[in-house]
Design a protein around this ligand. Sequence first.
Ligand code: FAD
Length: 145
Amino acid sequence: MNLKEELKTILKGEVEDAEEVLQTYSRDASLFELKPRAVVFPKDAEDVKALVRFVKEHKEENLSLTCRSGGSDMTGGPLTQSIAVDMQRHFNSILEFGEKTVRVQPGVWYRDFEKETVKRNLLLTCYHASKDLCTLVCMLANYAG
Ligand SMILES: Cc1cc2nc3c(=O)[nH]c(=O)nc-3n(C[C@H](O)[C@H](O)[C@H](O)COP(=O)(O)OP(=O)(O)OC[C@H]3O[C@@H](n4cnc5c(N)ncnc54)[C@H](O)[C@@H]3O)c2cc1C
């Protein structure tokens, strides 16, 4: 199976398998190294659904999906030998602020989010030492902070 070509037929977002891209995505901030077969950049929720369907329909290929955002994890969490799903490139909007609530897409950088909350005299105080390198969803995914 030519994974890149097959993925391109089901996604609106980009698909990469160039060696330099795979190398970049084979590391996070840990000591581990795992090279993905392909890196995808879903454009929207429909692309994410299409990926899940694709993996389900190609069980014989033993594929999996591993999300990645800032890549600053220190445990190898975003590394994979299958499909790396970059959730930062296209999922990076702050959608709406309420009085003390905010709705965001998963790939919003904490540093961008903080600029907006500070303007409103608010601070999400569970930020951590890598707050300039990481995204909001991963602070949740990793129980970081
Ligand atoms: C210098 C430095 C200091 C650090 N300091 C701290 C600290 O003080 N406290 C702390 O807790 N951590 C710290 N970390 C670790 C790391 O920065 C945090 O865990 C951070 O939250 C990871 O965010 P990220 O966007 O880089 O995530 P990534 O590394 O891209 O991913 C982290 C995890 O989230 C998953 N993930 C990614 N996107 C999604 C998605 N859309 N949906 C579901 N899961 C997803 C990944 O599969 C992976 O398991 C530090 C790291 C560095 C390099």
